[in-house]
Design a binder for this molecule. Sequence first.
Ligand code: MN
Length: 721
Amino acid sequence: MTNKKEKITFEKLREKFLAYNKEKVDVEKITKAYLFAYEKHFGVKRLTNEDYIEHPLNVAYILTGVFADMTTICAALLHDILEDCEVSEEELTEKFGPEITSLVVGVTKINKLNFTGENEAMIANHRKIIVGLSEDVRVIIIKLADRLHNMRTLWVLPEKRQKEKARETLDILIPIAHRLGMNQIKSELEDLSLRYLKPDVYYSIVETLNQTKRERDNIVKDMVNKVTSLLADHGIKNEVKGRAKSIYSIYKKLDTGRKFSDIYDLLALRVFVDTEQECYQALGILHSKYRPIPKRFKDFIAMPKTNMYQSLHTTVFGMDGNLFEIQIRTYEMDKIAEHGIASHWSYKEKGKNHSMQSTMEQKLQFFRSIIELKNTESNDEEFVDSVKKDVFKDTIYVFTPKGDVVELPNGSTPIDFAYRVHTEVGDRMVGAIVNGSIVPLDYQLKDDDIIKINVNKNSDGPNKEWINIAKTVQAKNKIKAFFNRNDKVTNIKRGEDLVAKELRKRKIAFNDFFNSENTNKILEELKCANMEELYISVGINKIPTNQLINVIMNDNETKEEIILKKAQTREVVQPVIKNDIIVKGIDDIKINIASCCKPIPGDRIVGYITKGYGITVHRMVCPNIRELDERIIDVKWNETIVKKYPTAILIDASNNDNLLLNIIAKTSNSSIVVQNINALTKGDNYLYEIVVLVEHKEDIIKFINEVMTISNVISVERIIK
Ligand code: MN
């Protein structure tokens, strides 16, 4: 453990890197990256009043703790360069090559994501970070180190921001660290999050630990000596260390209602030996001397956890009846237990770190689930929902009869287990046996359960009811997929009915419509092999009936449809901004109008400095800018310039009768121009997003009032995305 208050210098970083990588060219490149970052951040201070360079330097230093490769260390030193300094991607590529640059770009992207609140943007952001894992896991490893250093200096932020950051760390970054097996970083992040989220709980645990420290230290020291010599007497070279439990792990136990005095595994030892065989020997020797507690023994060597963790765990009665939790492992296992995926660096390969990436694919089950989810068609919300359920929630470890470990979210049933093992096993399942007894299919699996699934090759397939019983999205989707495959007949019928209904509505005779000429044209246009396929596509809502009928009845479009089409095809052109906005004290700077809130003259506005991209102008009410941010700058409209700017409004109407015609009519006696109309769907109402060009806020207010007078319009508002 490094002392967190210790001041990190480049010399220290260099030394620590040299301890595991002596390649001269690598050290030279790191020096070059440091000097470049130093120069670019020069003169800038962090909120902590340290020079900014301290931050990237610390992030890089944390990464040497997990033996990161040269590329990753360089990227860590440069990780804030694109966002905060006037450096372009091109310049970075020229100086440091595409690999380092792509890592820096990756980290910059993640840093722009916002995870607070429960909105759609956050869901999409979640997806980005998770999918990012599949591109280059080193980006996420840098992000974890970046967050760790920011959490170490979190005291500098106001309380509200501290809590937000701590929450985000706990909800998103810690589960990822856990899944990647990076326990050392995870554990420190957990303690820091707890310290800011629940300071009273945190400090009371710290205090209680301090009060009992001396006593515990003495007991542990004594036991360490006894175990060391016991194993040495049996000819096993070993090293035994007392192990401090993390504050967070104690908090978790207290949180389940246990008293401090009941947490017996406060006394914890870790035994290191050279070989796997010696792990088992050591265990046997310990058990013959100290009585083990039944059922507390776990063999994670034969059956590694899904994040690659390996060790033997046991709890024994030590001296004076004290309980000791003992972990036995080799040094190699220890490296993986502490650093997980980050113990698989390859220092020789160029380009993507293939050995690390393929270890992810082979060894981390969660990663396979993500790949699988990525390949099934799902929208952002479904995807994130399933990842959250399957990846981020508390998990249990259960076993196949052969002893393979399967990890499932808490609350999973034998159905989830069966589908996790194999789709075929799920589809043909007729029953389940857990620990030797038959259980109902809604049985909730527990840690360490051994599950045997009974299958019958002649089974008709799953029961529809299982969709409600299953816990994982994976199992639910697989059951649904089974029924989709098998519901062909129903879908054909449904498709045919829908088409017939729409034709009746438009007063077109079915047989006239589907004459052979039309039929061929439709099948060709919609890329269906035959009528059956066409009906299925309609039946599962892949092809809307309107689209089908319009292949033939093209000229029968309603006026609304024509207007909509025309408006939709028009490109939204951003106006050229140069002198339209005045920035206090700066003349020649690139200005962008924010597309989220689309400010127009008359709106109260602020500038947001996005270094490298100039200044983005937002409406003051836009939630995408946070008040506390130091990157906000005063700006105002240049009143001498008169021109039209785009802004967006949302119109909610109860029906569609002449709606668009009426809306457009309202523009005829004003200077407003409709630039783009986008129909959105929402329940029974008609919802339109309309982009208009206006000169001034007064014009849009007048226009909104006019639109409100249209009888079927329920509400009109300006949009902030
Ligand atoms: Mn940073």
